[in-house]
Design a protein around this ligand. Structure first.
Ligand code: ADP
Ligand code: MG
Length: 610
């Protein structure tokens, strides 16, 4: 057996993705490895395939019970002897699993790091030859990681008391050097082969929007993705509650997740989402770690998150199956302040001294700034993200909101002069306003809240940019602030004059800015969310079949086949075994288990019986 044949036979794929084959090769050569690959890149295969080829047991240390369960179910469905040991098992099931391990019937054993410290586990590890220990989500060992877990620090102790030292492989999606160094040091990796693959996820569309009414924008977006799974991330628990309630009121099938809910409700809601009983999961960042659901078709950030690392990890939960998916961020200036507040008031980590905590806080502020740039600069979003992770990337990707919106460079010298003059006139009558109100005044808003100022008659610059939309006007003001022709400050973030403002009025330099062209609305997608090139009716029949099997077997639908596999099947319309095997994601076991059933649907459909 070679890695290639195992890939086809068990997982149903023809080719390895970038990095997978190298990592597998080095593990099989007996070397420690560190694989740094983005979410959805396919890290699991990198240790699962060697595990099948190595003589002894592979122990996979995984942070969460739900994650283990899903992975083990998926492996078993593909005919791979895998099991897990954790506190969710009944005493009897636990004992049964242990004896299966003793009988050498298990090749891959998942466990949480806490488990390694138990007597029963140490006993197995002494009696059964352990060929490899894999640490998945290895950033958990690092205090720089997002999800630091002290019990990870004791893995090395476990390894040191084994009769022979197994190969150690570690995997993470966190790309910073600090995290990588910590992993190598804390796990005691010996001259590891370390591989970082490209961070680009080409199937993901990245978008930033600044909707005036976020909730409306959200419901409109969800309606164009009807029947698809998606996650909506909110910054606070309160907002999670509110958005979930409002969505349900609109008839959208939504559920919620945050750290304030009972364990039971969290488990239930997560399961509802994974098993497609609910389409939309509204959650704080507490949700997602340990979610391997591969058919998440969109991730909307209702608020801007605290840094690019979190954003890319959360957004990256979309489209793990490789099919197109959308990652949309709703930006609003308020999000910056909420994040600042959260950083200022974070309780910190008790394990760290004050100096380190102060440094981390400062680093957090710096990261927040980069996140804000992502939302406000008019660069290709993919370019910005990849640059942030230290990769070079072209300035145009064609698959983000910046690239898909046309820009035109326009001379805005006159508008700039009018804006700055307005701030100046307002100051003369003792008034200051924030960006939005200033834009309102410039375009001559008749909103009631301005009545008391009696601008008409007393402010010559009131309404001097009435030809602009509110958005165009706020964009220009923000641009002038970014270019330091104006400042922003004080308790209410008022727009203020600075030394450059005076220069602008006196010297009248020419100023140009990239302005978004107003485009006709994008053509409506199919409401069912079925890709345009597919036979919609057949695809929905295949989905129904998958759903029926999944609920009978009590597994999530994507464990049977991913969306990508179902789409390939819909295109290839296989009617005999060889053709069915050629569908990406169909291995031998799945052919035997499900082939007949799906091919019957396809045949019936082709002969017009449905
Ligand atoms: P990660 O752990 O890196 O986030 P996973 O291991 O969960 O990613 O894999 C994500 C998805 O990619 C899964 O649906 C998996 O089946 C699929 N996948 C992995 N390797 C390949 C491959 N070589 N060809 C096609 N799909 C793959
Ligand atoms: Mg993974």
């Amino acid at each position: 057996m070679t890695p290639e044949t195992l890939l086809k036979q068990y997982f149903g794929y023809d080719t390895f993705r970038t990095g997978q084959r190298e990592l597998i090769g080095h593990i099989l050569a007996g070397e420690d490895v560190l694989g740094i690959m983005p979410t959805g890149a396919g890290k699991s295969l990198c240790y699962q395939i060697p595990a099948l080829l190595l003589p002894g047991l592979t122990v996979v240390i995984s942070p969460l019970i739900s994650l283990m369960q899903d992975q083990v179910t998926a492996l078993q469905t593909s005919g791979i002897p895998a099991a897990f040991l954790n506190s969710s098992l009944s005493e009897e099931a636990y004992r049964e699993t242990l004896s299966a391990v003793y009988r050498r019937e298990v090749k891959i054993l998942y466990a949480a790091p806490e488990r390694l410290e138990t007597q029963s586990f140490t006993n197995i590890a002494h009696e059964i030859p352990v060929s490899m220990v894999t640490v998945d989500e290895a950033h958990c060992v690092s205090q720089w990681g997002q999800d630091f877990r002290p019990s990870y620090l004791r893995i090395l102790q476990f390894l040191e008391q084994l009769p022979t030292r197994p190969v150690i492989s570690a995997f993470t999606a966190t790309a910073t050097k600090e995290v990588a160094d910590d992993i190598v040091r804390i796990l005691g990796l010996r001259e590891p082969f370390s591989l970082t693959t490209g961070f680009d996820r080409t199937n993901l569309f990245f978008g930033v929007q600044q909707p005036r009414d976020k909730f409306r924008a959200l419901t409109e977006f969800i309606h164009t993705h009807e029947g698809q799974s998606g996650i909506v991330y909110c910054l606070t628990r309160k907002l999670v509650e509110q958005v979930t309630e409002d969505l349900c009121e609109q008839g959208i099938s939504a559920t919620r997740y945050h750290a304030g809910l009972s364990d039971e409700e969290r488990r239930q809601n997560q399961e509802d989402f994974i098993f497609d009983r609910k389409d939309v999961m509204v959650a704080t960042n507490a949700f997602g770690m340990g979610i391997d659901k591969s058919d998440v078709r969109f991730v909307v950030h209702y608020n801007m998150p605290k840094n690019i690392e979190s954003y890319y990890q959360e957004a990256g939960r979309a489209g793990r199956d490789g099919s197109p998916a959308d990652c949309i961020l709703f930006y609003n200036g308020q999000d910056v302040r909420t994040n600042q507040f959260m950083i200022d008031n974070s309780s910190g980590n008790d394990l760290l001294d004050a100096e380190t905590q102060a440094r981390i806080r400062q680093q957090d502020m710096e990261r927040l700034k980069h996140m804000t740039f992502y939302c406000t600069r008019h660069e290709c979003l993919r370019h910005y993200l990849l640059q942030y992770f230290g990769e070079t990337a072209p300035g145009y990707c064609g698959n983000c909101s910046t690239c898909q919106t046309n820009y035109e460079e326009r001379d805005i010298s006159v508008e700039a002069l009018k804006i700055v003059s307005c701030v100046y006139r307002l100051q003369q009558i003792g008034l200051q306003f924030g960006v939005n109100a200033l834009a309102d005044i410039l375009i001559g808003s008749k909103a009631e809240k301005y009545d008391k100022f009696h601008f008409e008659g007393r402010l010559s610059t009131y309404g001097i940019l009435s030809e602009l939309t509110q958005k165009q006007c706020t964009d220009m003001i923000r641009f002038l602030i970014a270019e330091q022709w104006l400042s922003q400050g004080g308790e209410f973030h008022a727009v203020l004059l600075n030394t450059n403002s005076a220069k602008l009025i006196k010297e009248r330099p020419s100023i140009s800015m990239n302005i978004v062209k107003e485009l006709p609305p994008a053509p409506a997608k199919r409401r069912s969310g079925v890709p345009e090139d597919l036979d919609e009716k057949l695809y929905l029949l295949l989905k129904e079949t998958r759903k029926a099997i999944a609920s009978k077997e009590h597994v999530p639908a994507y464990v049977i086949f991913t969306d990508t596999t179902l789409q390939d099947m819909c295109r290839k319309k296989p009617m005999h075994d060889m053709a069915f095997l050629s569908v990406s994601g169909v291995g031998q076991v799945k052919l035997e288990k499900y082939g007949t059933r799906f091919m019957r649907v396809i045949r019936d459909y082709a002969s017009g019986n449905t």
